[in-house]
Every structure is written in structure tokens, then in C-alpha cells.
Design a protein around this ligand. Structure first.
Ligand code: COA
Length: 174
């Protein structure tokens, strides 16, 4: 177990999570802001990439599990992403659509934000997304981030980048 919140546990991915991960990432509605939904191979690579990230960086996207039921409902964590040409620590999140709009995405992202400022030396954390991804940028705002730039991007057409500094985080009411 890595992080505990009021309703959630964030723990490392395992290969056994595959069916629950595939249910999320193969869904066209969930993946509407991505080039395409994931197939089985891409989903396996996603889990593998995160297992690799734990080894390389000590963090990655973690499985988000409901404490009450032990149901796997998504992932959330920290990865290094290319944001307009710079490699930056990014908070990412994907929640099963059965659980959308119940505060789980922002509860997980807040916990990752706190973990990152407490356990790494990064002075700024980012989230980026396709400009159409309202759920994603609303979640970034919900964890205290502000929009810092809009830029043209091969993958997204236009991307928005949100960020929170360590200084801003220190004065947040938590
Ligand atoms: C982004 C995502 C993780 C949000 O998860 P969630 O559990 O629904 O988020 P929350 O319930 O914590 O909502 C956080 C805020 O976003 C808002 N929000 C969430 N989805 C929304 C939507 N589709 N449209 C408008 N607002 C939305 C909520 O109302 C809430 O706002 P508030 O703080 O003002 O109350 C979820 O929509 C998702 O998995 N999307 C698909 C995967 C994806 O695109 N991930 C991001 C890649 S960049």
C-alpha cells in the first residue's frame, strides 16, 4: 500500500489488475480525448510501463481501490511527461466511468499531490490534457492547480497545462 485517503487506497499495479484496467482503457467514451481506446496489448504495456516507473523513479500511476469494497476503480499517480518540450512531473488520473463525478478523481489526485510534495524535491507539479477534456482540467483545478499555458501539440491539437507550486501548496487549506 502506498497512500490512504478517506475512501481510497492507492497501491502499486499488479498484472492481476489487467481485466479492470482494460475495462477502463478500452472504453470509447472514457478514451474520447485520446487518439483511440487501448487494445489488450496497449493495456498490458500500460501496466508494464508503470511497473518500470516504480523501479526507475519510485513512483508511477498507482491503482485506485475503494477501501470499502476493494474494487479497482482507476489509476492516479505521478509520471514524467513531455509538456511542451520539457520533461516534467505530471499528476495523471483515469477513473472507471461507473464512478465519475463522485469526487474520487480529485480525492486521489489531492493525495498524489501531497505525496509528491512530501516525498520528492519537485517544486512544481503539472497536469496536461487535450483542450476538450473538461473532466480532466476541472480535476486539476479541484486540486489547486492553475492554467499556466495553452500550446499546439501533435497528439492533442491544443493542450492545456495546469500547475501548482510547492509555495502555493503550502498555503492551501487542507
Ligand atoms: C478526469 C476524471 C479522472 C475525473 O474523475 P472524477 O472522479 O469524475 O472526478 P471528480 O468527481 O473528483 O471531479 C473533479 C471535478 O471535475 C468536475 N468534472 C468531472 N467530470 C466532469 C465532466 N465530464 N464535465 C464537467 N466537469 C466534470 C467535477 O464536477 C469536479 O468539479 P468541482 O471540483 O468543481 O466539484 C474522469 O473524468 C476520467 O477518468 N476521464 C477519462 C480519462 C481521462 O481523460 N483522464 C485524464 C487524461 S488527461
Amino acid at each position: 500500500m502506498v497512500i490512504e485517503t478517506e475512501r481510497l487506497l492507492l497501491r502499486e499495479y499488479t498484472h492481476e489488475d489487467f481485466p479492470a484496467v482494460f475495462e477502463i482503457f478500452s472504453d470509447p467514451e472514457t478514451m474520447q480525448h485520446y487518439p483511440r481506446p487501448f487494445d489488450e496489448k496497449r493495456t498490458k504495456n500500460w501496466i508494464e510501463w508503470n511497473l518500470q516507473n516504480y523501479k526507475e523513479y519510485g513512483f508511477g500511476l498507482w491503482a485506485v481501490v475503494l477501501k470499502k469494497t476493494d474494487d479497482f476503480i482507476g489509476d492516479c499517480g505521478l509520471t514524467i511527461q513531455n509538456i511542451d518540450g520539457a520533461l516534467l512531473p505530471e499528476i495523471g488520473y483515469h477513473i472507471n466511468k461507473k464512478y465519475w463525478q463522485r469526487g474520487f478523481g480529485s480525492e486521489a489526485a489531492r493525495a498524489v499531490r501531497d505525496w509528491a510534495f512530501e516525498h520528492t524535491a519537485y517544486d512544481c507539479l503539472y497536469s496536461y490534457m487535450k483542450y476538450t477534456n473538461i473532466g480532466s482540467y476541472s480535476t486539476a483545478i479541484a486540486v489547486g492547480m492553475k492554467k499556466i499555458k495553452e500550446y499546439p501539440d501533435e497528439k492533442n491539437g491544443i493542450s492545456y497545462a495546469y500547475a501548482i507550486t510547492r509555495k502555493e501548496w503550502r498555503v492551501l487549506e487542507r
